[in-house]
Design a protein around this ligand. Structure first.
Ligand code: PXP
Length: 243
């Protein structure tokens, strides 16, 4: 099967650092360590409230790594301007609400205001590949393609959080969403909540070419090591993909 790249979200290395207000653990050091362990790229989400990753982290990581940086962001003027200056390889546009614990669902592209279209246009004009984080829903996927996004990221959270016996229904929707998105000419990424237990089913969907995984791998650093967790996730992906 075609390759599936693994971008590691290191936001929660910053969560741990911020818990004590110091500089350790450094998200840049974590980024370099996971790349050394075989990760294909780094993802960061600069939230409006800067609860984990901060502006200076993003610019340091952008300057130091030689693999693609995927910059997750809300469609706001502040974030679009930041991304235009940063010029990461990818921007993934996500919905953002202040009170949420994490990104809680896909963006409602069909009801988004005119600024979303402007954001896609400006980021694309800056040479950035734009993806939109959506549910596996035909209307949302078609709307993302119409806006000119080059990719979508399918929200895997409900699938990953479901009890094992409930997962097949969610998985069928994700499979169908991936097929529809590819038929619309979009690159298909996936992420949220993925773990050793759930990666195989996602990696076997042939249209998905990138997964973004954060919280589980950073948490596994408690029990194994962060590079070790990345190596194990890469091996599970390779096994599921048959490569
Ligand atoms: N993809 C998107 C769009 C996200 O917002 C997040 C969480 O920041 C992830 C992937 C990674 O999710 P997790 O940390 O649960 O692996």
């Amino acid at each position: 099967m075609n390759p599936l790249t693994l971008s590691i979200n290191i936001d929660h290395v910053a969560t741990l650092r911020n818990a004590r207000g110091g500089t350790h653990p450094d998200p840049l050091e974590a980024a370099l360590a996971v790349l050394e362990a075989g990760a294909d790229g780094i993802t960061v989400h600069l939230r409006e409230d800067r609860r984990h990753i901060r502006d200076a982290d993003v610019t340091r990581i952008r300057a130091a790594i030689d693999k693609p940086l995927n910059f997750e962001m809300a469609a706001t003027e502040e974030m679009v301007a930041f991304a235009e200056a940063l010029r990461p390889a990818d921007c993934c546009i996500v919905p953002e609400m202040r009170a949420e614990l994490t990104t809680e669902g896909g963006l409602d592209v069909t009801r988004a205001g005119p600024f979303l279209a402007e954001a896609v246009r400006r980021l694309s004009a800056a040479g950035i590949r734009v993806s939109i984080f959506v549910e596996a829903d035909l209307e949302q996927i078609v709307a993302a393609a119409r806006l000119g996004a080059q990719a979508i990221e399918l929200h895997t959270g409900a699938f990953a959080d479901a009890r094992p016996e409930e997962r097949p229904g969610y998985l069928a929707r994700l499979r169908e969403g991936a097929r529809l998105a590819a038929a619309e000419g979009l690159a298909v990424h996936a992420g949220h909540g993925l773990s050793y237990e759930t990666i195989g089913d996602i990696a076997r969907i042939p249209q998905i070419t990138e997964v973004s995984i954060g919280h589980f791998l950073v948490s596994q650093a408690i029990f194994e090591s962060l590079p070790g967790a990345v190596r194990r996730m890469k091996a599970l992906i390779a096994a599921a993909r048959g490569i």
